[in-house]
Design a protein around this ligand. Structure first.
Ligand code: ZN
Ligand code: ZN
Length: 360
């Protein structure tokens, strides 16, 4: 266990780093990735061969057992504690995890350590986190399995007369019962005309026989997230031709995107493949969001898959991404289909397993 964290720190320290002596890590996910510490408060300071975890007294005991590879320092002021270690180690230039430090936090560090050169560096641990090892993929697969099992349990509630809210609550409850330690995000349930809202929170709306309902859901297992979207007819027999037509286009678009997923392909090419199918059918204006994103310790993380995201990434084995095109017709309906997949040497493997074929 410990080996893994020591190796991750070594990899971080081996990246070109503008000649800094140490790195200060403050985000919860980056901290967990590098140390395994799951407490909600704490900073890591790593440099040379040294690894420190600073936390407050609430987490002293937990830190001692969870992170045997780090020197645990309990300090009422994290900034004060960090500066004290930096001085003891004789370090001068220290990189900070800049997207995760507030303006106020930086000010506190500067006041506590006026002689330290704080070097803002963005996204370094995130770069490492893009490619998952087998154990991480197993966690995401486990999260997806929990979510799929939970959806199966509540499928019978998708019928005329059930409210979006009741379905959403039941699904969330089922995910917890099936072993989710948390939800990836508040579950989205959007039925009928509300389907055109990509991020609709479940409302009091009662589902009707002619509706499609879009459900976007995910669970967390051992710190890792899953993310999946299904769109299902409340009654397949009552769906009209337009609903069926749009569903088929989205399914083709998702397949086109997934077919592009393999090592060496740019993320933007996956987006382009999915988008092309929707545009060709005349619905290009009704697909406003990116095609996908990375999934891991955060439900949305690098690499982002869209036409505009910079930098553009080449997919590598071990990256875990979603492919989730949609068509949203305001005031009328919406369809989105989403799977989380892991990039393999040959292509990809689905981690979310719900059958996305139109029910017969
Ligand atoms: Zn989703
Ligand atoms: Zn997603």
């Amino acid at each position: 266990m410990g080996d893994r964290y020591r190796q991750r720190v070594r990899t971080l320290l081996a990246l070109p780093d503008q000649g800094v002596d140490a790195h200060l890590i403050v985000s919860l996910e980056n901290r967990f990735y590098l140390s395994g510490f799951s407490g909600s408060a704490g900073w890591l300071l790593v440099g040379g061969g040294e690894r420190f975890l600073l936390t407050d007294s609430r987490y002293a005991e937990q830190a001692g057992t969870e992170v045997p590879d780090y020197d645990v320092v309990v300090s009422p002021s994290l900034a004060g504690g960090v500066v004290k270690i930096i001085a003891e180690q004789g370090w001068k230039r220290v990189a900070i995890d800049s997207p995760h430090v507030s303006v106020q936090g930086l000010e506190q560090l500067r006041q506590a350590g006026p002689l330290v050169q704080w070097v803002p560096q963005a996204g370094r641990v995130e770069t490492l986190r893009r490619v998952k090892d087998e154990d991480e993929v197993a966690c995401i697969r486990g999260a997806a399995k929990i979510a799929d099992r939970a959806l199966q349990q509540v499928m019978e509630m998708i019928r005329p007369g059930t409210s979006e809210k009741a379905l959403g609550i039941a699904l969330e409850h089922a995910m917890r019962e099936c072993g989710a330690e948390a939800l990836s995000f508040p579950t989205i349930v959007a039925s009928g005309p509300r389907g055109s809202l990509p991020h609709a929170q479940p409302s009091a709306r009662i589902m009707e026989g002619g509706d499609l309902v879009t459900i976007d859901f995910g669970s967390v297992f051992r710190g890792y997230h899953s993310d999946e979207t299904v769109t299902v007819p409340v009654s397949a027999a009552r769906a009209n031709r337009q609903q069926r037509h749009i569903y088929d286009i989205v399914r083709q678009a998702q397949k086109a995107g997934l077919d592009m997923v393999k090592p060496g392909v740019k993320a933007s090419a996956v987006d382009a493949a999915a988008r092309e199918v929707i545009a060709r059918e005349g619905f290009g204006d009704f697909f406003g969001h990116g095609t996908g994103h990375g999934v891991g310790l955060e439900v949305h993380e690098d690499p982002f898959i869209g036409p505009r995201y910079q930098p553009d990434f080449e997919l590598e084995p071990g990256m875990v991404v979603t492919v989730e095109p949609g068509i949203y017709r305001p005031g009328s309906m919406g369809v989105r289909l989403e799977d989380t997949v892991v990039v393999t040497s040959a292509g990809y493997q689905r981690l979310t397993r719900w059958d996305k074929r139109w029910p017969t």
